[in-house]
Design a protein around this ligand. Structure first.
Ligand SMILES: [Zn+2]
Length: 325
């Protein structure tokens, strides 16, 4: 494995652009409980560890708990405020609103931060709020968390009634605005509803394969195929219980990557760590500073450099370019 590629990936390699499609670190930044810039935090992710791991683009989710109901609008604005405050005040990371920003920031040596929202409760059942969140820089919306909301049903809802009329309107408006629809957490009928309505490829930002680990949040082979066929992207996630019931590890995670490639093709596979969204850690990938282990692991499994670049960032960048612009 002592190729020039690996050696280069240990120092920043401009060709290998690691893009992480999901983290929950923003809630800690909002509460002021971590020193994002300095590091040494009890979290999975901060600036020194993003740099050490070679992450060039990080999605930051504003997580809106379903219990917030209509107060979700207030909470999302607080989290958006925290996102803009920390990206403005921290050298080395900048708020990115599209593909060209990412290219420019990376060329300058900075990390691009993409603002996302997890939980449609953020919309207060209003398309106007959706449009304003887009103006405030939100480029991705995860329609639901695990339960029902005004858009559709989450995967742990007893009965999935599918995408609602409002959910259909939200997907259409997101298509029009150039926002990426994130289907992670959706129940199966609601997910089908999105795929029926959306005219743009979608993202499952943090989901693994049900065939390898039968967790309710993981995607069946049919779902993987349906997301991948129109150009959608799936971020393999590091949540230990979603990697393996018995033996969660980097190697088991890479088996999910293999399976996604086999079922959906190399162009659908990405990474969505969910760092700071779960307790504990995945052995071999304990925090953002260890992201480089993915590069080595994929090369050892026989992926060529071109394929590694796609999985670790290229595919998600292509989705941003296509949908957001
Ligand atoms: Zn999540």
């Amino acid at each position: 494995m002592d190729s020039a590629f690996v050696r280069q990936s240990q120092v920043p390699n401009p060709r290998l652009r690691i893009v992480d499609g999901h983290c929950d670190t923003l809630q800690f930044i909002r509460r002021g409980t971590i020193e994002f810039r300095q590091g040494n935090n009890p979290t999975h992710l901060d600036l020194p560890r993003l740099k050490k791991g070679g992450v060039k683009v990080q999605f930051f989710a504003a997580f809106i708990h379903p219990d917030l109901g209509m107060k979700g609008v207030t909470r999302v604005l607080e989290l958006v405020d925290a996102f803009h405050a920390f990206t403005r005040s921290t050298d080395g990371i900048r708020a990115a609103y599209g593909y060209q920003d990412i290219l420019q920031f990376n060329e300058d040596g900075d990390i691009g931060a993409i603002l996302t929202v997890e939980g449609g409760e953020a919309l207060g059942e209003s398309l106007g709020v959706l449009r304003m969140l887009h103006r405030l820089g939100v480029r991705v919306l995860t329609l639901t968390w695990n339960v029902r909301n005004a858009l559709g049903d989450g995967v742990l809802e007893g009965e999935d009634r599918g995408l609602t009329g409002f959910g259909v309107e939200v997907v259409r408006e997101m298509n029009r605005l150039g926002m990426i629809v994130d289907v992670s957490h959706l129940g199966p009928f609601s997910l089908n509803g999105v795929l029926d309505v959306s005219e743009r490829p979608v993202l499952a930002s943090h989901s693994n394969c049900h065939a390898l680990c039968p967790h309710p949040r993981n995607l069946t082979d049919d779902q993987i195929t349906a997301i991948a066929a129109p150009g959608g992207v799936i971020g393999a996630t590091f949540v230990p219980t979603m990697v393996s019931r018995t033996d969660p590890s980097l190697e088991r995670l890479l088996e999910h990557v293999d399976h996604l490639v086999r079922v959906g093709g190399i162009d659908c596979v990405a990474i969505g760590s969910d760092f700071d969204g779960f307790n504990g850690f995945l052995p071999g990938l304990k925090d953002a500073g260890e992201m480089g282990n993915l590069t080595t692991g994929l090369l050892e499994r026989g992926y060529n450099e071109y394929q590694v670049e796609k999985v670790l960032g290229g595919n998600l960048l292509r989705l941003i370019k296509d949908v957001v612009g």
